[in-house]
Design a binder for this molecule. Structure first.
Ligand code: SF4
Length: 387
């Protein structure tokens, strides 16, 4: 098996078709129904060290991404991941298996996700970013997670199917929900796809009346519930990762602490049914929702990435204790910005002379600072030169 070309924009990267990043190939591991047992976690940690750079992204699509993989090592890595049961039959199924699942509510949402996964060959070809959300836990929690077809409960506890971007939904049943999803996907494939691209909410924003009554319905979805970023939640523990990434060492350590995890779209692992006490050595794992590192994105930087011009993580660790609860930060080892996942109050970009300070990444830097200057007055970067 040869390694395909780097992914083009408009596609979500996968394992079979990885994305090229500055530190090598990014190989996305889509846990089946969001679940990884301890043996799988330990094995993925070993593979990350062997084929990657020992750093894994914990993504907003509830996946793990092995970073720093060389094209030569990719085929062997895929075979090892296949043995772990986390590789799809082909690229088409891998692309379609874009399913966000509530981590809460026990087995029921995962049983439904398993049925949806089994039915994916019956779905039409869909755009690479097209996705599904199964938000049928005790609370509605996936409203902010990207998806095109949503299975939810209504405000009066009926099972509903909602086209993303439509405020109301059609009532469905447990027996018919998969067939109803296929019907909605087929409708979208006929009306919403252009040059292989398209999203449901964009189609409905362009043409609000185009959705047939059979899919529009009149049911009202539940109000969204605010989930903590880390710590105790819904009868279990959310364990987040500093800077949205986990080292192979921390992943291995976590595999020894818990029997398994459910991946979440909040860049955190959910451990159902047990309180987890993190050992002091695991300083990259976070169970305290007030930890400022939850609001920092920092790529691996030097020396992990050969393209890095600065030690991003060292600087992040220096700044974090001085941040207030409403401040967010992105520190990047070069202009590629691999770790960015949203908007940040401040971006620090490493250069050969230190770090460029941006409040708006699209304009010229406000200042050029050395790590020592930043460490001496961490709040300066948030207040800017006009302070
Ligand atoms: S330095 Fe950071 S942003 Fe640049 S390529 Fe490496 S990991 Fe990506």
């Amino acid at each position: 098996m040869s390694t395909p070309d780097p992914i083009i924009q408009g596609w979500c990267p996968g394992a079979l078709r990885p994305m090229m990043s500055g530190d090598g190939l990014v190989v996305r591991v889509r846990a089946v129904c969001g679940q990884l047992d301890a043996a799988q976690m330990a094995a993925i940690a070993v593979l990350s060290d062997r084929f990657g750079n020992g750093i894994l992204d914990v993504t907003q699509r509830a996946n793990l991404q092995i970073r720093g993989v060389t094209p030569d090592g990719h085929p062997e890595l895929i075979e090892a991941l296949r043995d772990l049961g986390v590789i799809d039959a082909d690229v088409s199924i891998e692309t379609k298996r874009n399913i966000a699942i509530t981590p809460f509510g026990g087995d029921a949402p995962r049983v439904l996700a398993r049925e949806l996964t089994a039915a994916l060959p019956d779905f039409p070809e869909l755009p690479g970013k097209f996705g599904f959300a199964i938000d049928t836990g005790p609370q509605a929690v996936l409203g902010d997670v990207s998806a095109d077809i949503r299975v939810e409960f209504s405000s009066n506890n009926q099972l509903i199917l909602r086209a993303d971007g439509c405020e109301t939904a059609a009532v469905t049943t447990r027996e018919t929900v998969i067939a109803d999803m296929i019907a909605l996907a087929e409708w979208f494939a006929r009306h919403g796809v252009e040059n292989g691209r398209g999203r449901m909410h964009k189609l409905l924003a362009r043409a609000p009346d185009i959705l047939p009554d059979q899919f529009r319905g009149e049911a009202q979805p539940r109000a969204q519930y605010a989930i903590p970023a880390a710590g105790s939640a819904e009868g279990g523990t959310l364990i987040a990762c500093a800077y949205g990434q986990i080292t192979s060492g921390d992943l291995r350590m976590l595999s020894m602490l818990v029997p398994g995890v459910i991946m979440t779209p909040w860049r955190a692992f959910f451990v159902p049914g047990q309180a987890v006490t993190l050992p002091i050595e695991s300083d990259g794992l976070i169970a305290d929702p007030s930890d400022a590192r939850l609001r920092i994105a920092a790529c691996p930087g030097a020396p992990k990435c050969p393209q890095a011009l600065g030690k991003t993580r060292v600087l992040a660790d220096r700044i974090a204790p001085h941040m207030s609860a409403d401040q967010s930060l992105h520190i990047t080892g070069c202009t590629k910005g691999c770790a960015a996942a949203g908007r940040y109050d401040v971006t620090l970009t490493a250069t050969t002379a230190g770090f460029d300070l941006h409040h708006d990444i699209n304009t010229s830097p406000l200042a050029q600072l050395t790590p020592a200057q930043i460490a001496a007055d961490p709040q300066f970067i948030f207040q800017g030169p006009s302070k």
